[in-house]
Write a protein that binds this ligand. Sequence first.
Ligand SMILES: [Zn+2]
Length: 462
Amino acid sequence: MTQDDRSKTNLVLLTVDALRPDHLSSYGYSLKTDEALDPFRNKIAVFKNAYTYSMATVRSFPAIMASIWPDLCETKVLWQYVKKLDIPYKARMLAEIFQDHGYHTIAHTCWTNFLTPGQGYARGFDDYVGISREDHLPPDSLFNSFVKHTIYTMRYCPSKKMVHFFERAFHWLRETYNALSKKNLKQPVGLEGRNCVTVTNYILDRLTALEPNKPFMAWAHYLDTHIPLNPPEENQGNRDKLHAIKRILNEAILKQKPIRHDLMPVLLDLYDRSILHVFSQINRIFKFLERRDQLKNTCIVILADHGYGFWEHGYWETPPEQFYDESIRVPLMIYHPELSSGMPSIEQPVSLIDLAPSLLNICGISEENTFFGESFVSLLQEKSSVDPKKSIWIETIDDSHFYCRIKKQSKIIYDQDGGRFLLKLNHQDRVDSLLESEQKDFLDDLKLYERSKREFAEKIKT
Ligand SMILES: [Zn+2]
């Protein structure tokens, strides 16, 4: 242990799946969903306009953990229409840099299919819990397709009894498969694997086992706020009625069709209570570090990978062609012991592709030209040096290639394949007219942006 180690700033990165900022009290929501942060609020900077790079878990995390755009990754089909993206070998993962600088690195990715070692997400972690290499089954095996269908059915299964039945069936199948193939699949399925209490327990256990002065970087991914929503049972009231409602909700979401007007408050209540539950666990992390006198040198970052559509604009989840705020805007809150108290929230739009370099900056780690993104940390200082006219890009490539640019609070969407502007959105209102000068400004901006991407891609290849 060196003197240098003791003065290092620790990092706790908390990613909460599909968490919408407009459902957090920190962002003005009427319910106290994240009041668990209140005791620490005077050292928390709230970024009011943070945006994901792309609005699906699989496409958002390359930007968060490696500061690269998702199409630098190699795409592989995981099963049916679900794709996974492999982080290129030459791209640097945030955790690798922390590890190289003497940090102990810990992650629990909540058994998310898109955050596996095979895709690069365990790179740089001393302790990693998630779907491991052994949990990858041969993609063409009959067992694999049966398991995937079982998991998929369970995902939308509204009844706890049915879920428990599937869990027991899967457990039996997994053990039989292990016995026959001499493999050791460990992946839990159903509710057991996606509980914020389990994830938090793991992180706190690992931190407890560390030498007190060893610097650390910890990453927890929480899934409780993603459909299906299962906040703790004790508050749920009439269980049978709720299960019936959940069945209707889950089917509507699966088939992309609207639900009865009176059911929406039930769905939003489940969502809000799931948020409350996750923040109770985030509070445990703060309290744990406070007890150990480690809050004074730890930065804690809370964010989401993408938003979630609750049929405000006629869709559920996050279809790739929808750039409404409910899909692309994410919460981003940074606790830092040296922040001046009572700091106003930050209105300047920021992108999650710029998060990794910002976190290095906050923790005092200098690494030149590692990431595609640029640090926005100066926004936390009194005199901001970040260009207020900076463009924030959101990009999706699915059946078609779309760009969305946020600049000076306005949003323009461009269909690259069709060479046409779809619409301009100001806040959430549709404004269909786009001046010629605005189109030219956008296309000039896009050219510059694509050039900087090409230059970075060359570096990753060589
Ligand atoms: Zn997600």
